[in-house]
Ligand binder design. Structure first.
Ligand code: AMP
Length: 283
């Protein structure tokens, strides 16, 4: 029997709906998102459906993870079409709180992640970011109490931070990562891709293409530092300003000097015009 999608915006309503969802010991998977859903998000939902009996998707543009100069105000908001897409995927519950529900007046606690959150990648450029993510994810996990939470490898450092967070705080949520979903030309799908001008959109696949090329060179035992230096030049030649382009240990995110220090993950963040894109790839 197919169930219809419920959209809830207040905590008492969420608690009641979860009691219903959990009847007959049904397992629950949560997919946290900031909305503006694309095929990458829907792939997370499909994985959630395979993992658990019931699927909850949160839609919340989290102010706590944006710095004052970042794009919180401009971040795309497409609630109606998001809900239609989730209904079509057979999602059971959408949790769509507003900022006052998540951070009521007087809210004064912040989760401060360390370890992978201090690897010197995203955190070096966005020092406020993982504190905001860890705080909202802790709240979402305690509100929904899912068995599983599905995150994208697209935000690779975030996936490591959230995995560590759930373990360290005994949140009891198994964090599952899904490989990045890409456009046909290799560009990682992102809600921020809508900011790209046609010219920038044409240049954007260079991030993934460069990582693929570096990977091929490393597999031929070429020097890692040289391959990374050439890769960075190619990215910059296509109009990007690089925040970081690094080879790291896939689990600890520690710096690596060669494939022998691996498993190795390449991670990149770069700006084209005003738009900042991130991507990563396994070697
Ligand atoms: P956000 O885009 O910030 O709302 O991210 C919500 C979730 O979707 C996060 O776990 C992201 O890592 C994941 N996600 C975003 N884009 C992709 C993608 N192209 N492929 C796989 N997961 C993604």
């Amino acid at each position: 029997m197919s169930r219809s999608l419920i959209v809830v915006r207040a905590l008492p309503q969420l608690r009641r709906s979860l009691l219903d969802l959990r009847r007959e010991e049904a397992s629950v998977a949560l997919v946290p998102t900031m909305g503006a859903l694309h095929e990458g998000h829907l792939a997370l939902v499909r994985l959630a459906k395979r993992r658990a009996d019931r699927v909850v998707v949160s839609l919340f543009v989290n102010p706590a993870q944006f710095a004052a100069h970042e794009d919180f105000g401009a971040y795309p908001r497409t609630l109606k079409s998001d809900i239609a897409k989730l209904a079509a995927e057979g999602v059971d519950l959408v949790w769509n709180p507003n900022a006052d529900t998540m951070y009521p007046k007087g809210f004064s606690t912040r989760v401060a992640p360390e370890g992978p959150a201090l690897a010197g990648l995203e955190d070096a450029v966005r020092p406020h970011f993982f504190g905001g993510v860890a705080t909202v994810v802790t709240k979402l996990f305690t509100q929904v109490r899912p068995d599983f939470a599905i995150f994208g490898q697209k935000d690779y450092q975030q996936l490591q931070v959230v995995t560590q967070l759930s373990r360290d705080l005994d949140l009891g949520v198994k964090v599952v990562g899904l490989p990045t979903v890409r456009e046909r030309d290799g560009l990682a799908m992102s809600s921020r891709n809508v900011y790209l001008t046609p010219e920038q959109r044409q240049a954007a696949p260079v991030l993934f293409a460069t990582m693929k090329d570096v990977k091929a060179r490393l597999r031929r035992s070429e020097d890692l530092r040289k391959a990374m230096r050439d890769g960075a030049r190619r990215i910059e030649a296509d109009g990007f300003k690089i925040d970081y382009f690094e080879a790291r240990h896939a689990h600890t995110l520690a710096k690596v000097k060669s494939l022998a220090d691996g498993p190795v993950r390449l991670l990149v963040a770069a700006k084209i015009g005003n738009t900042r894109l991130i991507d990563n790839a396994a070697v």
